[in-house]
Design a protein around this ligand. Structure first.
Ligand SMILES: Cc1cc2nc3c(=O)[nH]c(=O)nc-3n(C[C@H](O)[C@H](O)[C@H](O)COP(=O)(O)OP(=O)(O)OC[C@H]3O[C@@H](n4cnc5c(N)ncnc54)[C@H](O)[C@@H]3O)c2cc1C
Length: 467
């Protein structure tokens, strides 16, 4: 090999788009499409091959699709909506031999998730996003001031360097990029621990006869604390069946436990498993800040998931839109500082982050209460009352519900009292998040006030500190 050939083999090829997005999931596609629509040069680096891209472990329930960001037109996604007839949750409580039916307001679809994944990639491609598959991002490049200026990747054994004004981390749960960034120059949230995640697994199961509950999302607690099973009908004969547990708990044998539950259900006799996937999902509050000079994290990589339901598609799409718009502004003003990107944090908190942070309080509570007691209490509450309390605009169980429950649920008064007190803490938290700071310098003081409320949450619930 000549010296020139040797150097070509070892010197990484360098590309310089305006923005590099890592990950071709919902967050990455929406961010990149938002930016590309304004005429900027955006590349998405995706570790999977093109044939596998968009294949994501998910329960396939898509809430709020009616108001998804327009960067990818809804008409593009609709063919992947295989069941739009779902209008309620069906909570099976075997301990109490009860089934609770709770209406779910708003548009809800169970989707063919892989088809949806392909369609958002297609939608981003339509507006000019450049997809590079088989490209694993291995490292993040920073200048002497700590600003992120690009990433290093490998494609089919070949090292590549991408330099960009902005790097958007849409690499999903436990994003490897964050292990490589020195965040000391910013307030980027590094208080992230594996116990903030849920380990989940799902199968797509085909049954011969239509299920009776094809208009419902079916939920069921597992026998162990903080675990849950779901059965979501993609069609009346194709069911997304899955389960998960919070990683604070003893690990479950997810595949075996799901198999055992499937075996107890007559509707799954002779069922065929068509696809299997597992993954971690963040069931925690959103990152306090997901920006650093030249860098933003979005979607699962920034904890943008409803921590009580595990629903993260909508948060990923909107996080993508807001980060995309912040990136455009930063490029146009030539300012990629933390302060310039901060508005992205504010928009996330304003739209859904504050609510998710408040809901996280109930997740914390669930790790401390006796599950049988909680299920006994739920079984004692009329479904429509629970729905009313859940969707009344408040974060969750309200005083009206508590009074209703008191009348019906002798034997669970201690739990009701804890719930009531927990709701007050959740409301305090929501109020504080509604005053999320307008600039990074004010974050530390805000965090102190938030941590004071969290102390009260741990005291009220009896839970171990989560953060
Ligand atoms: C089992 C399960 C069930 C769920 N059920 C639901 C549900 O019913 N409804 C709902 O709304 N949400 C659900 N969620 C959550 C939802 O799937 C996620 O919140 C959502 O997919 C997050 O999108 P994202 O774009 O942030 O990340 P992802 O969709 O995970 O995309 C990340 C992408 O980054 C790529 N990537 C990662 N690392 C690298 C790297 N180093 N280099 C290059 N590429 C990389 C990955 O290959 C992937 O394509 C569920 C999650 C799980 C695990």
């Amino acid at each position: 090999m000549s010296t020139q050939e040797q150097s070509a083999a070892t010197t990484p090829k360098t590309k310089s788009p305006d923005v590099v997005v890592v990950g071709a999931g919902t967050a990455g596609c929406y961010a990149a499409a938002t930016i590309a629509r304004e005429g900027y040069d955006v590349v998405i680096l995706e570790r999977k091959p093109e044939s596998e891209a968009g294949h994501i472990a998910c329960g396939d329930a898509l809430k709020g699709a009616d108001s998804f960001p327009e960067a990818i037109p809804k008409s593009k996604l609709e063919p992947a909506f295989t069941n739009t007839g779902v209008d309620h949750g069906r909570f099976e409580i075997p301990q109490e031999d009860t089934v609770l039916e709770i209406p779910i307001p708003g548009e809800l679809a169970v989707i063919d998730r892989w088809e949806y994944g392909r369609r958002i990639i297609d939608g981003a491609g339509d507006v000019g996003v450049d997809f590079q598959y088989d490209t694993v991002v291995k490292n993040v490049i920073q200048d002497d001031d700590g600003r992120v200026t690009g990433v290093e990747a490998i494609r089919n054994g070949e090292p590549l360097t991408y330099e960009a004004d902005i790097v958007i981390d849409a690499a999903g749960s436990l994003s490897v990029l964050q292990d490589h960034v020195d965040f000391s120059a910013s307030a980027f949230d590094t208080n992230v621990n594996y116990t903030h995640f849920c380990s989940a697994y799902r199968e797509i199961v085909h049954v011969d006869e239509p299920v009776e509950w094809d208009d419902a999302l079916v939920f069921k607690p597992t026998e162990r604390a903080a675990g849950y099973l779901w059965y979501f009908p993609r069609t009346e004969t194709e069911i997304n069946a899955g389960l998960g547990f919070q990683m604070t708990e003893e690990p479950m044998k997810l595949v075996d436990d799901l198999k055992r539950d499937l075996e107890t259900r007559p509707e799954f006799r002779n069922a065929e498993v068509e696809d299997k996937l597992g993954a971690a999902l963040p069931t925690r509050r959103p990152y306090d800040s997901a920006v650093h000079p030249g860098y933003m994290a979005i979607g699962d990589a920034a904890g943008h998931v409803n921590p009580t339901t595990g629903g993260g598609i909508a948060g990923a799409a909107y996080g993508g839109k807001y980060a995309g718009e912040a990136a455009i502004e930063a490029i146009e003003t030539g300012d990629v500082s933390e302060k310039a990107l901060w508005e992205y944090n504010e928009r996330v908190m304003d739209h859904f982050g504050a609510r998710y942070a408040a809901l996280d309080v109930y997740n914390i509570l669930s790790t401390a209460v006796d599950v049988d007691d909680l299920m006994g209490l739920l079984a004692a509450i009329p479904g429509e009352k629970l729905a009313e309390a859940l969707y009344s605009g408040s974060t969750s169980l309200g005083p009206k519900l508590a009074i209703e429950s008191l009348l019906n649920s002798r034997g669970h008064w201690g739990t009701i009292w804890t719930l009531f007190q927990t709701k007050r803490r959740a409301d305090d938290l929501l109020e504080l998040y509604e005053g999320y700071p307008h600039h990074p310098a004010a974050l530390e003081h805000w965090q102190q006030r938030r941590d004071d409320i969290m102390e009260q949450v741990y005291e009220t619930t009896g839970a171990e500190p989560k953060y």
